[in-house]
Design a protein around this ligand. Structure first.
Ligand SMILES: Cc1cc2nc3c(=O)[nH]c(=O)nc-3n(C[C@H](O)[C@H](O)[C@H](O)COP(=O)(O)OP(=O)(O)OC[C@H]3O[C@@H](n4cnc5c(N)ncnc54)[C@H](O)[C@@H]3O)c2cc1C
Length: 396
């Protein structure tokens, strides 16, 4: 089976790897020359995503590149501890959430996919795709054309393929939040803890990374989408310091900044009704930008379920229908959680106080039970995890 994957981010690279594991001939086309660059700071993987990486044979490499984060603490704007819970896992799970730079995660997956025999072509932007009864042709901005039996669209929240599949598909809209993230030095932060402060102007996240680095992200609530054009790093830092000046810990972390990542404007999309045709399928953010700290983990799950469905057959259209049926209920449930999370980050003073009271009571009693469906999930793919990569075979 010849498969084209559009997009070489987390979803595309994980899909390339999973599809090589079922013996498909895979070519990934990525629009940017270096998608693993400084593209939006750090991501966290929860146990559901980590177990997916284990199936793909990439867990150890991702853990090596990231930091182990067993706990999550929630703080009020005034610095009161609201909750201390296991981070991205059930309490009894010995597998700990990992946080790493998004670029590092993409690089690890892309390297594994190439080693497994996938071809990764960078600097090729898909412009459109034409489907026939027996195959499809993808066209690129450069004039390049490629044919295949299946096209997997992992081209992110601004997916070109989504519009080609269904011109009436919902479009991304500003989510009322933007993220300014950076790296600080010289601040004492307890290792292994993901700190989230529900500050007056939006949530503030910080955690200790390696070599004395502290990674932080301010998820700033603003009903008006900010204009990034011509805003310098110094200006972003000044604005962020000003917005968090009344919160002691966040303002100290921001003041110690040594590197700032590009600002990220956060978008949300209404549920997308059409995820596939007979030979085209959407995965990752192209199908469902879920947020809630789960986008990367869910993209990895998608890749595994899709590969498992294609392996089971009996035909490509049947496999795509199975993938849709298998993934949709979980995604719909998660979209509700993501909306709640965004609401919590944008809360005004009254709602913040109410939220703090609920968190203090709810978290110790119900958090474990309420998150079991998310973290305990393991896709039943039937994939053969013992298939070796090409480089492993070459060394024998
Ligand atoms: C501020 C912020 C914080 C986040 N934190 C977390 C977190 O802690 N945990 C988590 O799990 N998730 C997090 N996420 C979400 C996570 O980053 C995404 O859900 C995940 O990266 C989705 O991967 P993707 O491969 O589907 O899309 P993307 O990462 O967007 O990749 C799409 C790729 O397709 C390429 N592309 C696009 N169009 C074309 C085209 N026409 N032709 C060829 N290539 C194309 C793009 O260049 C890109 O490389 C966060 C997101 C944001 C914005």
């Amino acid at each position: 089976m010849r498969i084209i994957v559009i997009g070489g981010g987390v979803a595309g690279a994980a899909a390339a790897l999973a599809l090589r594991r079922i013996g498909a001939e895979v070519t990934v086309y990525e629009a940017y020359a270096n998608p693993a660059g400084d593209v939006g700071s750090f991501v966290s993987l929860a146990t559901n995503g980590l177990r997916g990486l284990e199936t793909l044979g990439c867990l150890a490499e991702v853990q090596r590149r990231g930091v182990d984060v067993p706990r999550q603490r929630m703080w009020s704007a005034s610095g009161t501890l609201l909750a201390d819970v296991p981070r991205g896992r059930r309490g009894r799970d010995t597998l700990h959430s990992a946080t790493l730079m998004r670029g590092g995660l993409v690089e690890a997956l892309r390297t594994a996919a190439s080693e497994a025999g996938a071809t990764i072509v960078t600097g090729e932007r898909l412009t459109d795709v034409a489907e026939t009864a027996t195959g499809l042709t993808a066209r690129f901005l450069s004039g390049h054309r490629a044919t295949a039996d299946l096209l997997v669209a992992a081209d992110g929240i601004w997916s070109t393929v989504r519009g080609a599949l269904d011109p009436a598909a919902p479009r991304p809209e500003y989510a009322g939040l933007y993220a300014i993230s950076g790296v600080s030095h010289g601040i004492d932060v307890e290792p292994g803890v993901f700190n989230m402060t529900f500050a007056r102007n939006g949530a503030f996240i910080h955690l200790a990374a390696r070599d004395g680095e502290v990674w932080w992200s301010a998820q700033i609530a603003d009903p008006t989408e900010p204009d990034r054009h011509g805003v310098t790093d110094t200006e972003w830092l000044r604005r962020t310091s000003e917005l968090y000046r009344r919160e002691a810990v966040p303002s100290a972390v921001i003041a110690a900044t040594t590197h700032l990542h590009p600002a990220v404007i956060m978008h949300a999309v209404d549920p997308i009704p059409t995820w596939h045709s007979s030979r085209i399928v959407l995965i990752g953010d192209a199908a469902h930008p879920v947020g809630a700290g789960q986008g990367a983990s869910i993209a990895i799950e998608d890749a595994l379920v899709l590969a498992g469905a294609l392996q089971a057959g009996p035909s490509i259209p049947d496999a795509l229908a199975h993938y849709d049926a298998e993934r949709r209920p979980r995604i719909i449930k998660l979209l509700g959680t993501a909306e709640d999370n965004r609401g919590a980050k944008k809360a005004g003073p009254v709602r913040r106080r109410l939220q703090a009271a609920v968190m203090r009571v709810f978290m110790p009693l119900f958090y474990e039970k309420a998150t079991a469906w998310l973290y305990d999930y393991t896709p039943d793919t039937g994939l053969n995890t013992n298939i070796t990569t090409m480089s492993e075979r070459a060394t024998r």
